[in-house]
Design a protein around this ligand. Structure first.
Ligand code: ZN
Length: 378
């Protein structure tokens, strides 16, 4: 299903004619405007409906939505909060913990849902803080049922595996009915990421979400088959992945920065009239043709990192040192080019071949902007 033919801004309300494509006018930012911020005479929001219920304009609903059943036959239910603004606008889906041990996004989604003042909200927020409830309870990345990856199971299928059935319940009821989506992740256990966005920037409507989030780094690409952002975007819900920090943690500075990004996206799409779209100071979009690399260990041992995530390292500079238990035969790993450390390892133990850090190059103008930011002259 293509994004342009979809009539979902009216999210399933009965008796309302589908909005013609012509109503989607071009935005000043070059992407398509999904929803006019205001149209006189029809400024009242629509109901948000899901299997078993509906949320009226001006209403906030907390619900526990059944996605599967345990071995005991009890329901497996995910927490959902739908905040429906009194006035119409786009529908934004916020999802976290598709990987059950990735916690930062949970706090982001909870704060948006429950701590922000939504009096002036235009449109609807669909907040899913814990997608993978079985993985969350076990504090592991994958669904404990045969270790399936929920984030490779979208859009789901209600007649095949347990993972795809769960995915289908989530996707059909809460993801696909939305216009835009932010899916929050962290690095895999043992590593950490600087805040960055992963997005298919070749799709203008997805690029608009990615740019509005205002992170310094965007990693381009449509994402793996079955991932939430790829399948949601293909179904017309323009979705990006937001990566921040490490698993098993709440990391306050990263959470705060991501909350700023959410607000910036809401500003871009006319959901928060008093907010403005942010500019991160410098930005680099990394695609497959550009220089980026995971530096890997060529020796086994214990790693001492010399830089934090998000740091700039110069070509030839020592990134980290690998030593043995006797602190002899040190192997120094140097940066092959000047770039920013998007991801670094946290667990300091490596076999040869294990990743040490994710280094991406910056072009000259971006480097200058980065250095201006660092020296506080901007
Ligand atoms: Zn993840």
């Amino acid at each position: 299903m293509g994004g342009f033919g979809k009539t979902l801004p009216i999210h399933g309300s009965v008796g309302v004619a589908p909005r013609p494509t012509a109503n989607r006018y071009a935005s000043p930012h070059g992407g398509r405007r999904i929803y006019p911020p205001s149209r006189r005479g029809s400024d009242v929001a629509a109901r948000f409906t899901y299997d078993g219920g509906a949320v009226d304009p001006g209403e906030t609903q907390n619900l526990r939505f059944t996605v599967s059943e345990t071995y005991l036959g009890d329901p497996v239910r995910i927490p959902v909060t739908v905040v429906n603004g009194e006035r119409e606008g786009p529908t934004l889906c916020l999802t976290a913990a598709a990987h059950g041990d990735e916690l930062n996004g949970i706090e982001i989604v909870r704060e948006v849902a429950h701590e922000w003042d939504h009096t002036d909200l235009r449109g609807t927020l669909v907040c899913l803080p814990v997608l993978n409830v079985p993985g969350f309870i076990a504090q592991q990345r994958y669904l404990p049922v045969y270790d399936r990856d929920l984030n490779r199971s979208f859009p789901g299928d209600d007649s095949t595996t347990s993972a795809k059935r769960i995915a289908a319940r989530v996707f059909e009821n809460f993801v696909e009915p939305c216009d835009i989506g932010l899916d929050f992740h962290t690095s895999t256990r043992g590593r950490t990421n600087m805040l960055h966005v992963r997005a298919d920037v070749d799709d203008p409507s997805v690029a608009r979400v990615a740019n509005a989030f205002a992170s310094n780094v965007i990693i381009a690409g449509e994402g793996p088959s079955g991932s939430l952002r790829r399948e949601a975007s293909a179904a017309g819900t323009s979705t990006v992945t937001v990566e921040l920090g490490e698993a098993h943690r709440f990391q306050r500075p990263l959470i705060d920065a991501a909350l700023e990004g959410v607000l910036s996206v809401m500003a871009e799409f006319g959901m928060a009239a008093t907010e403005t779209v942010k500019w991160p100071g410098w930005r680099t979009v990394i695609d497959a043709s550009e220089e980026k690399t995971w530096l890997r260990a060529d020796a086994g041992g214990l790693v001492e990192m010399h830089h934090d995530r998000g740091a700039l390292v110069e070509a030839g500079e020592a990134v980290c040192t690998i030593t043995n238990p006797f602190k002899t035969d040190a192997t120094t790993v140097e940066a092959p080019f000047t770039g920013v450390l998007v991801g670094v390892l946290e667990n300091p133990l490596v076999y040869p071949g294990n990743p040490l850090c994710h280094l991406v190059s910056l072009d000259e103008p971006t480097l200058r902007a980065f250095r201006r930011r660092q020296s506080g002259t901007e």
